[in-house]
Ligand binder design. Sequence first.
Ligand SMILES: [Zn+2]
Ligand SMILES: [Zn+2]
Ligand SMILES: [Zn+2]
Ligand SMILES: [Zn+2]
Length: 226
Amino acid sequence: MRKTSMGKCLFCGQTFSKLSIKKHLDKCQARVGDLLAEDDKAAERYFCIAIQGYENPEYWIYVDMPSKSTLKVLDKFLRNIWLECCGHLSLFEINGETFSVLPDKEFGDRSMNIKLENILDTGMHFRYEYDFGSTTTLKLKIVAAFFGKKRRKKVKLLARNEQPDIKCSYCENTATGVCCVCVYDNDGWVCDDCEDKHECGEDMLLPVVNSPRVGICAYSGGGYDD
Ligand SMILES: [Zn+2]
Ligand SMILES: [Zn+2]
Ligand SMILES: [Zn+2]
Ligand SMILES: [Zn+2]
């Protein structure tokens, strides 16, 4: 049985299960202080977005973004925290429309230079793909809209899953590396002691990192810095 995915509220530092974190974020005192009334001159409208791996939902984050911010900004953030390995293409699929980082007008693609509030609203689900070869797919949902203080940072990370404990394929230890070939069969996880046991060789190993793209292509960790 899969263990409950746990994660941390980055406002107060407390740990919650994936199921209870949303409820907590709504009332976390450290966060509620940033809220403003709609008619306040200093107020900006935000979306709270829940994001998780499509095939590996144990990787999840919550972020706030101004509703006037663009898909391009969100794309950049996702690449930075979870995905970027070699500058692959990416897209959002929203309501049957494709918003691409490199739009192909012939296929009816639209650009990511579009404000969130023009295409998204509370309750809407959408999808994101990074790399159309070894694709990492994410599920996103606008879980809330609210008014808050303007801030300089466009995307604010609210909560993030804790690194899942993936076991070495050869012993009971926690894996620290994974083979970039065998990972597609969910195999080739190695701990520090078992690195040389894996038949594909140490050159094929990528570090185990807290991302739905762990082990894929050349992904070796994010550049996100809170
Ligand atoms: Zn909190
Ligand atoms: Zn790559
Ligand atoms: Zn081992
Ligand atoms: Zn291998």
